[in-house]
Design a protein around this ligand. Structure first.
Ligand SMILES: [Zn+2]
Length: 189
């Protein structure tokens, strides 16, 4: 599925892109930096909604399929982030891999913090060749400010997808929608 023509030892800069506010902001702000844009399909119910945003924006991405992860009834997926990093590490074996994550200052769950990713880097670098760096350029920005900046850069009148529930429109009631309302991101579009 995924091919790369990079020579051994070369940097490969990967942006994980989802169709949400944070990763779209990284994409438009640092567009020329990335060698690969990767959408992760971990069987999330809204994956088609997320991909539609990327398709509508004509963003050229590849899909990493990561099904079968253990999941709670509320949709929480155990170990998703470390699984993603591990899969990318194996896909780009021998390459100096730099992974860009659109994690903002309000997103810091336990397996999504700078400290967590420093530990993951250490484990990966002790387990695999090539070298890995995980970068979170938005770790000090809040969602609202990211939304305002993204709106200025989006080429079309398209609303990023931030909802956990699939459908024609974003539901307004799920955890992600409530976070979006709290940070007044939805008012931006
Ligand atoms: Zn929702």
């Amino acid at each position: 599925m995924m091919k790369d023509g990079h020579a051994e030892g070369e940097n490969v800069r990967v942006l994980l892109i989802s169709g949400g506010v944070d990763s779209l902001y990284l994409y438009y702000k640092y567009q020329n930096v990335f060698d690969k844009l990767i959408f992760v399909d971990y069987n999330q119910p809204v994956r088609e909604n997320e991909k539609k945003v990327l398709d509508d924006l004509q963003i050229d991405y590849e899909t990493l399929i990561l099904h079968g992860l253990p999941q709670e009834d509320n949709g929480y997926v155990w170990g998703r982030n470390i699984e993603i990093i591990l899969q990318l590490r194996k896909l780009f074996i021998n390459k100096r891999l730099v992974i860009y994550l659109g994690v903002n200052a309000e997103d810091m769950t336990r397996s999504n913090t700078p400290l967590f990713y420093r530990k993951v880097e250490d484990v990966m670098n002790e387990s695999y060749t090539g070298g890995i760096r995980i970068v979170m350029p938005l770790e000090n920005m809040n969602k609202h400010d990211i939304g305002i900046e993204l709106k200025k850069m989006l080429p079309k009148k398209i609303t990023p997808w931030s909802c956990d529930v699939p459908g024609e429109k974003q539901c307004g009631n799920c955890v992600s929608c409530k976070q979006g309302k709290a940070s007044e991101v939805f008012n931006i579009w």
